[in-house]
Design a protein around this ligand. Structure first.
Ligand code: KG4
Ligand code: ZN
Length: 373
């Protein structure tokens, strides 16, 4: 089944055509228009600007994907190529962006008479780990990245920090969450204090790579404390990142060589600061995921979302899980699929299409707060 995936929930207009089957997922063609260069002038994503840019970019991006040479070879005789299904992010995210992707998807569904599936962005991040090498034609390589169920999914992005239990590809149960900021947001806010352009997360991890993670003792909020929200009465794993952000601010106030809005540190101190701050986030994320894994014995542990691009988080999570159970299967996306992308929406959409969970184009609605669980 060839699925067209459309993603526009935040600051990337991303479209992909993915050849989907139970054996693996091949990206036939893809294109992303990133808005980071524009939003960094404002220090974060401005919803009105994002909406306008998605509107400007969506058709050129779709056109590029459909005109790729891989697609031209799929055309039969004089019949133009159309995919078997269209998958579009309908939430959660910025309403100004979501409506653009959804309206484009509705139009194509109507025009081509192709079924439409509404995909939750978080489900997309969970399935991003299954996207194969874009040039590889070796199916066995791709089988390695497949998810076995039940799976435990740690989704860490700019807007979300959640632990989800997946009993199958489309069924999610929330078993952990942050009670305030998301981990990516915490990275970005502290990056801003250091004068880094939005998003600050990748820059912090770059400096952290050469610093001492034990140089500064930042707090590990809620390390030994859980929350009380689980509907099924099971444990509810909790995080809090607002306190860590404040601790970082106070440390900078006391130790920076200047006192303006952004704080300046000597090169060695900057690296140590970034490494210690990153370590604090990684420690709490990994501790709760380990606790959840011990409680639920998942077959696969998934790390997804923009923050999954963080190498420290990837390696500490994998090492910790292997120390606990050497047979643990920890999966994270190829780095180009850690950030928002249309391919992950196509993959998540494939499972809905297989179950024929289509939405008629007049009935699809965006939901900025759509919960995957
Ligand atoms: O999933 P995503 O692309 O967008 C949302 O749905 O939010 O995630 C973006 C987030 C940003 O907060 C960014 O700073 C963070 O992912 N991020 C990182 C790294 N790369 C991206 N955070 C820490 N280390 C990284 N290497
Ligand atoms: Zn995302």
């Amino acid at each position: 089944m060839i699925v067209l995936g459309i993603e526009s929930s935040c600051d990337d207009t991303s479209v992909a055509l993915v050849d989907c089957s139970d054996e693996g997922f091949f990206v036939l063609s893809e294109k992303t228009a990133s808005q980071i260069a524009v939003h960094k002038k404002y220090g974060g994503v401005v919803p009105e600007v994002a909406g306008r840019m998605h509107a400007e970019n969506i058709l050129p991006v779709i056109e590029k994907v459909l005109n790729h040479k891989n697609i031209k070879t799929l055309k039969h005789k004089n019949k133009p190529f159309v995919p078997d299904a269209i998958a579009v992010t309908a939430g959660p995210g910025l309403v100004t962006g979501l409506v653009v992707g959804v309206e484009a998807a509705k139009t194509l569904s109507y025009l081509w008479d192709v079924p439409l599936v509404a995909v939750n962005h978080i489900a997309g991040h969970a399935h991003s780990v299954q996207i194969g090498n874009r040039t590889s034609a070796i199916r066995s390589l791709i089988a390695d990245s497949q998810i076995q169920y039940p799976a435990l999914s740690l989704i860490v992005s700019g807007g979300h920090t959640e632990l989800l239990l997946m009993s199958d590809p489309t069924t999610f149960e929330l078993i952990g969450k942050t009670r305030d900021d998301a981990a990516g947001e915490c990275f970005d806010k502290v990056g801003k204090l250091l004068g880094f352009d939005y998003p600050g997360g990748p820059k912090i991890s770059q400096f952290a790579a050469n610093g001492d993670p034990r140089a500064i003792q930042f707090p590990r909020p809620m390390l030994n404390e859980e929350m009380n929200f689980s509907a099924k009465g099971g444990p509810a794993f909790g995080w809090s990142f607002a306190g860590l952000k404040t601790a970082a601010l106070y440390w900078l106030r006391d130790n920076a060589t200047n006192k303006p809005k952004t704080y300046h540190l000597k090169p060695k101190t900057l690296k140590d600061f970034c490494a210690s701050f990153e370590q604090a986030i990684v420690d709490v994320l990994v501790a709760k995921t380990l606790r959840a894994a011990k409680g639920y014995s998942p077959q696969t542990i998934i790390l997804g979302g923009g923050v999954s691009a963080n190498q420290k988080l990837r390696s500490v999570l994998t090492e910790t899980m292997h120390e606990w159970n050497p047979k643990s299967e920890v999966r994270s996306p190829k780095s180009e699929y850690a950030m928002d992308n249309g391919a992950m929406i196509a993959v998540a959409g494939y499972y809905l299409a297989k179950k024929r969970q289509f939405t008629r184009w007049p009935d699809i609605e965006v939901d900025p707060n759509w919960k995957v669980y």
